[in-house]
Design a protein around this ligand. Sequence first.
Ligand code: GAR
Length: 194
Amino acid sequence: MKKIAIFASGNGSNFQAMVESVKNGTLPVEIGLLVCDRPDAYAIKRANREGVPTYHFSPKDFSGKREYETRLLAILQEFGIEFIVLAGYMRLIGSTLLEAYEGKIVNIHPSLLPAFPGKDAIGQALAAGVDCTGVTVHFVDAGMDTGKVIAQQAIDILPGDTSETLQEKIQMVEHVLYPAVVKKLLSEKKETIQ
Ligand code: GAR
């Protein structure tokens, strides 16, 4: 079974959805670590409750991204982490982690990328007045939500939708889509020709 780390910065509802999928047997992975860049994030409480080890850090305690990612890489290797799932981790991944985990880092974003990348994608969609947005799961590269798209699901924006109602609809989709995509990615068999 592949050992994954989940990176989060806030509430951690997508972390929880992965945990539930592992517990009910639909996601055959081991969640070996929760990484969090905000020591007060609710995601850490969830991990403690679920018995998932955590590593949390404050970027301001380091001289920069290279220094904290070098420390992070050592921790990930110590825990035997093979794959990284970003779930509401609100930082760009730098070259230290990208090179060590090439093609093995995915992210979920609350829009139909390439529309509305970056922060507050839900607010951006509402401000633009579009009648449809959605959820994207993609590989992570050095850009802001620019990596290769793996899966997308559209969601209608209805008259009267607010950022709260839209976030609720988006997260309901995320909590089903993300574990399913991670399962598919990690169970795809690599064929070897002998
Ligand atoms: C999720 O909706 C995720 O798509 C979004 O943050 C939320 C985290 O929720 N991510 C981004 O906006 C990344 N650019 P959670 O902490 O409850 O899982």
